[in-house]
Design a protein. Structure first.
Lengths: 272, 293
């Protein structure tokens, strides 16, 4: 079986001292004597095989290693244990518009961001009209990104990322970008991409979407894979662990509430 | 969990896409693989440099004049200090000083820029994969662009001192690219360790700036090496790898002579620093993503 992503005994470790502080605090630390670095495994013993064309949804409480998994797969973080194999061109929708330069216009940023995401100049030129149109920014595309609202930036980032012609897409909860109308269009675009046979690994907080869209689901718990397999089963096992009823018995209101809770938790975490 | 993975099969299947990559905890620092990544992503260097320059400068005539203003105002400061206040009138002095100052600015920009580059690009480092070596290289290239623009002003000084019969055009000026090339290699050797160790230090910008200035004053930029008559002082000065570079600029531009032999020492020093610094950098860059998050 050909695979798009395969990991073997994958582990990523954070050493809390890595977060280098100021020189002063370093000197204080040195004088006080060497503290033992605290190790924290954000991911450990992850064995995963994702066949081409599979949509894999990743769920888990916050801090369970979902984002770290996406970062290892996209090579931002190296494995500290085990190995990762990725077979295909990756587009990474982990953070939209990570490479934007504030002083440059949205139009110029399309080039910069596109190259950052692995496109060539010619490829971008061929797609520039399509991208600009998708952003729906109109003439604002020629003004500096610094003047954009966060929603406009997200629209620009999303439009670039989905036009990269990826074979593997890593998504970290970005489908809900911009206003309601754009959200609709972006969801439609994602579905269209998904149906074109790309491989997708996505972190989602809406359990219903996982069940509807994904072929497989992975539940991570404190960096360890808890369950991998059929989405409904995995989602229900996760819900059960949180003392919640299975997904079939939840109504839309409950699902939304759970999604909001998880999102809020994720956001608080990313600010800390 | 899929427990059916045969470890021996990892990394051996056929029919893969050209984008196939395997990263493991034990092998990912191989130099060959690293260079392959560098080649694959090479357009990114232009992007990083272009982004920096475009963000800082308007690319029209006024923008260009503005760009020249910095080295010119720089020259004015030293003209006031050296010629007006101290009354130094040695041969084509301002020309020498200006060339030295340009080289020094390039050095400062590269080293202090490299120290902070991973932090300043944290958004990129935490969210996009690319060989992190591009960051210090981009710092070097941005400084180089400014340096080259600064060189455009040099002929003004040449003309001025030429008219005053203190300077004449000689073929020795053809050595200039060689001296610049040595400085380029030398600074590449400084940029990698600066970026690799810079991640540990948050607030050393002013400190490093002053240390760089001290280093410059200890190098024969504002003064000539033959002013050192004491043999011990002279030997010490020649141990400084910048001595060969600054003294050669003086030889080539002002005096119309070939670079001094110490330029070889500077080059050797630079190559050793580049190999060691590059090795340290590749080993340490694995952790950059964690620091940036």
């Amino acid at each position: 079986m050909s695979f798009a992503i395969r990991t073997r005994d994958l582990g990523v470790r954070f050493r809390l001292q890595h977060s280098g502080g100021s020189v002063q605090s370093g000197i204080v630390r040195f004088i006080k004597g060497r503290q033992k670095a605290k190790d924290f495994w954000a991911l450990r013993h992850v064995d995963l095989e994702v066949p081409h064309g599979t949509i894999l949804g990743v769920i888990g409480a916050n801090g369970s290693g979902k984002s770290t998994l996406l970062r290892v797969l996209s090579r931002i973080l190296p494995p500290d244990e085990g190995a990762v194999e990725v077979d295909g061109k990756i587009s990474n929708l982990i953070t939209l518009g990570a490479g934007f330069h504030q002083n440059l216009s949205g139009f110029e940023n399309i080039f910069y961001n596109g190259i950052l995401l692995g496109l060539s100049r010619d490829e971008i030129e061929a797609k520039i009209d399509e991208i600009v149109e998708f952003t729906e920014l109109g003439d604002r595309i020629y003004t500096p990104v610094a003047t954009y609202s966060s929603g406009m930036k997200a629209r620009l980032g999303f439009s670039i990322a989905v036009h990269v012609d990826p074979e593997i897409i890593l998504v970290d909860e970005v489908i809900g970008v911009g206003d309601a109308q754009f959200r609709e269009r972006s969801t439609a675009k994602m579905r269209q991409l998904f149906e074109s046979g790309v491989t997708v690994v996505m972190v989602l907080h809406n359990m219903q979407t996982i069940v509807e869209m994904c072929h497989q689901a992975l539940w991570l718990d404190a960096g360890h894979p808890q369950k991998l397999g059929e989405p409904t089963e995995v989602v229900n096992a996760y819900l059960d662990s949180r003392g919640l009823p299975p997904i079939e018995e939840m109504d839309e209101k409950q699902i939304r509430r759970l999604e909001r809770q998880e999102r809020r938790a994720a956001r608080t975490q990313s600010f800390s | 969990m899929s427990s059916t993975i045969d470890p021996a099969a990892l990394g051996s299947a056929a029919g893969r896409s050209p984008h196939y990559v395997r990263v493991s905890a034990t092998e990912s620092t191989k130099v060959g693989g690293y260079l392959r990544d560098v080649l694959r992503h090479r357009t990114l260097i232009r992007v990083l440099v272009g982004r920096e320059l475009k963000g800082a400068h308007e690319f029209n005539l006024v923008g260009f004049a503005w760009w020249l203003l910095e080295p010119l105002s720089f020259a004015a400061v030293y003209f006031t200090l050296i010629v007006v206040i101290f009354g130094n009138s040695s041969k084509a002095y301002l020309l020498t000083v200006f060339v030295a100052l340009l080289a020094y600015k390039w050095l400062v920009k590269t080293v202090t820029g490299s120290i902070g580059t991973v932090r300043n690009n944290a958004g990129l480092v935490a969210n996009v994969f690319f060989p992190r070596a591009f960051l210090p290289i981009a710092e070097l290239m941005v400084g180089f662009a400014h340096y080259l623009v600064g060189l455009l002003i040099v002929p003004i000084f040449m003309l001025y001192y030429g008219l005053k019969d203190q300077w004449s055009l000689t073929p020795a000026i053809l050595w200039l690219p060689a001296v610049i090339a040595v400085q380029f290699v030398f600074m590449l050797g400084l940029a990698f360790p600066a970026a690799a160790f810079g991640i540990h230090f948050k607030n050393v910008r002013k400190l490093s700036g002053n240390l760089m200035r001290l280093w410059f004053y200890l190098s024969p930029g504002l003064w000539a090496l033959d002013r050192l008559t004491d043999p011990t002082a002279r030997t010490l000065a020649r141990l400084n790898p910048l001595t060969g570079i600054f003294e050669s600029y003086r030889q080539v531009v002002t005096l119309g002579e070939a670079p001094i032999v110490d330029l070889w020492y500077s080059l050797g020093f630079g190559i050793v620093a580049l190999v060691l610094g590059g090795w340290v950098f590749i080993r340490k860059e694995r952790q950059f993503g964690k620091v940036a998050i």
